[in-house]
Design a protein around this ligand. Sequence first.
Ligand code: 5AD
Ligand code: SF4
Length: 454
Amino acid sequence: MSNYKEKVAEILGRSEAPPLCFVHSFGCQQNVSDGERILGILSEMGYGVTSDINSASLIIYNTCAVRENAENRVYGLVGELKHMKEQRPDLIIGLCGCMAQEEKTVQKVKSTYKQVDLIFGTHALSELPRLLYDVLTTRKFVCDTEEHSEPEKEINAVRSSSFKASVPIMYGCDNFCSYCIVPYVRGREKSRVPEAIIREVRELSEKGYKEIMLLGQNVNSYGKNLDRPINFAELLRRINEIKGDFKIRFMSPHPKDCTNELIDTIFECDKVCKHLHLPLQSGSDEILKKMNRRYTAEKYMEIVDHARSKDPGFSLTTDIIVGFPNETYDDFLKTLEIVKKVKYDNIYSFIYSKRTGTKAAEMTDMTSDEDKSKWMTELLQTQREISTEHYKRFLGRTLDVLFDGESRHEGMLSGKSDEFIIVEAPCSDKSIIGQRKKVKITKAYNWALCGEIV
Ligand code: 5AD
Ligand code: SF4
């Protein structure tokens, strides 16, 4: 691989100024993290990084295939590049990520989006130098969706933030939830060895990073297949011991094997944020079964109850799918019941999107789109009422907040509390962005908290 890196660097070195690349990632944190690693590879070969697409000589869209609307957006954007490519034939356009891994995308791009020069799948990240070399030297369409024997993607990332960083701890997914395309496009579960993760976190801590997000599709199965098995709770404890002024988050655990040990570890480790994102998907046992989630609503509530027995105000967020094939209003009401019982601080809800190739895509669906939309509205309304009420528990309390930017509201800075809630505070000193401060909460809305920095 390094050979191709040098070859590409040599070609790029012939231009007067370093050529620029524009990489945009759609979808989940894992994809954003891949995007940062792609930028890492490109910079090592001599590309400068730009956020202005018009000045880029290489444009890469790192795509998401989880829902249809994410795919449509990508096709829309790639369509718009046709004109740019006509005016600048030297421009290289690449597609990668989950959509790029699917054969149907490759076919569609080949027939309809001829402006695209390069497609590489989720397993071909480290092949990028070779693929780019092929494009640069042949000017022909290059495509690689093979599964390469790549032990670990130990690639240095170019990170978009100087204080928040994502660290993948595992790749792929073995769960095959019936609605989900991820196992097909990201392949089988593979954990990074703890030593590599710890080294990366240590380096980030030394660089002054304040928040580290550990990423995996199902973090509780971390380490199971390693030569020297280790579980996720143990990994958390080991990362917690790394010196530095940083906090740890992780996404996402799967309720089917979320243990009390994991919950206890969150409470025991001072660096681990006191928040759990626990995807529910549905509150109906029948739908959960059809989703192949392998837990019941009761088992889910046991986890919640264990966390809340340690802290009655413990912060939870979740993912919910509305309108799985043949879901009835009664099923939906069971989801609503759990939402009301748990009192999440936030929910990420999605209308079911049919993904060709998954088990659920084969089910004939009698539930109307109209009903699905109506239920979604009902869910969002219910959650708004819950947040309004539930956020009030923070009034008068002082929370740790990592400020990450300016608010839409004049004179205010915005950040996230350890509980993963947006907190805003009046502050004219922008140097606070990137720092963790104590904020005394004075107001609670349904989307955020407000307070004074103390
Ligand atoms: N349709 C709708 N939502 C989906 N998700 C995954 N696949 C689908 C789909 N086919 C949601 C799940 C998952 C989140 C990342 O995306 O809620 O937790
Ligand atoms: Fe998809 Fe289920 Fe794997 Fe999550 S755990 S990525 S929803 S298959």
